[in-house]
Design a protein around this ligand. Structure first.
Ligand SMILES: NC(=O)c1ccc[n+]([C@@H]2O[C@H](COP(=O)([O-])OP(=O)(O)OC[C@H]3O[C@@H](n4cnc5c(N)ncnc54)[C@H](O)[C@@H]3O)[C@@H](O)[C@H]2O)c1
Length: 244
């Protein structure tokens, strides 16, 4: 597999460290490629011609700007900035294009777990999904002296308010197909990125809580989220899939 990564940040660092088949990088700020020992391409077209699979690890805007082109060129795409898929029309257009030309879209579990439960439970019907995110005030970019509810509403609204901290709410929305109830708390005492998902359906109920260590390179990003594309890429090559 020839992997190319858009966005030379914390997630790219983890992938490049752990996979030897990353052959190309692209970043809107080319200087950001400097610390990587992988060729950096000056244009998206040149970058695309060098790879089979594109990992987007940049920003929701990068998804909106490049995904149709990547999939249109028949390249598979792994999307980290799930917030870029929040618009239903854009999402359906992209997924339909992928269906038509056979290029695959992969969306890793990122900073949360339970996507396996959602997939199975959905077969019989899911009726409710709630996600509560708690991060340090500084990580969310808000002032607070004690645990404070800073957002309550839908995944669509959450990603607009906290585009770098609530990708998982859009992930759960897309995975469940439900209007997810989202609460975001800022807490000066919390130094992990905590996501708690509650699901209800025909299967019963589930609560999945992940207390994530922030990535050292980018505290908005959880370390687990940076590992999840590596796990997904590894699984594509594996004959035995456990919990997939
Ligand atoms: N799905 C999840 O659970 C999850 C979890 C954490 C982070 N994320 C998302 O993954 C993305 C990457 O995270 P990170 O911590 O590696 O970020 P980072 O800030 O460390 O690095 C992002 C890099 O992308 C580049 N970039 C930004 N916009 C670009 C564009 N339009 N074109 C090309 N390059 C561009 C930046 O210059 C930067 O070098 C972010 O959007 C983040 O919100 C998703």
């Amino acid at each position: 597999m020839k992997i190319g990564i858009i966005g030379c940040g914390a997630i790219a660092r983890e992938i490049v460290t752990r996979r030897s088949d990353v052959v190309a990088l692209y970043d809107i700020e080319p200087d950001r490629c400097r610390n990587f020992d992988v060729p950096c391409y000056p244009s998206l077209d040149e970058f695309l011609s060098a790879v089979d699979l594109v990992v987007e690890a940049a920003s929701p805007k990068a998804v909106r700007d490049y995904a149709m082109k990547v999939i249109g060129n028949g390249k598979d795409m792994l999307i980290m900035s799930v917030g870029g898929l929040v618009d239903r029309d854009f999402r359906e257009e992209l997924f339909n294009l992928s269906e038509r030309n056979g290029a695959k879209i992969y969306i890793p579990s990122g900073a949360v777990g339970g996507l396996d439960i959602i997939r199975a439970a959905k077969i019989a019907g899911l009726s409710r999904a709630r996600i509560t995110t708690t991060k340090n005030c500084k990580t969310l970019g808000v002032e607070c002296e004690s645990r404070t509810l800073v957002f309550k509403g839908s995944a669509e609204e959450a990603i607009k308010k906290f585009p770098k901290s609530t990708n998982v709410t859009v992930l759960v929305m897309i995975a469940t197909g439900l209007d997810v109830e989202v609460e975001v708390y800022a807490d000066p005492e919390v130094h992990e990125n905590v996501h708690s998902i509650y699901l209800e359906g025909e299967f019963g109920t589930a609560t999945i809580e992940v207390r994530n260590r922030p990535s050292e390179m980018n505290p908005k990003t959880s370390y687990l989220a940076a590992l999840s594309p590596v796990a997904l890429l590894d699984s594509l090559e594996s004959n035995v899939r456990i919990g997939a």
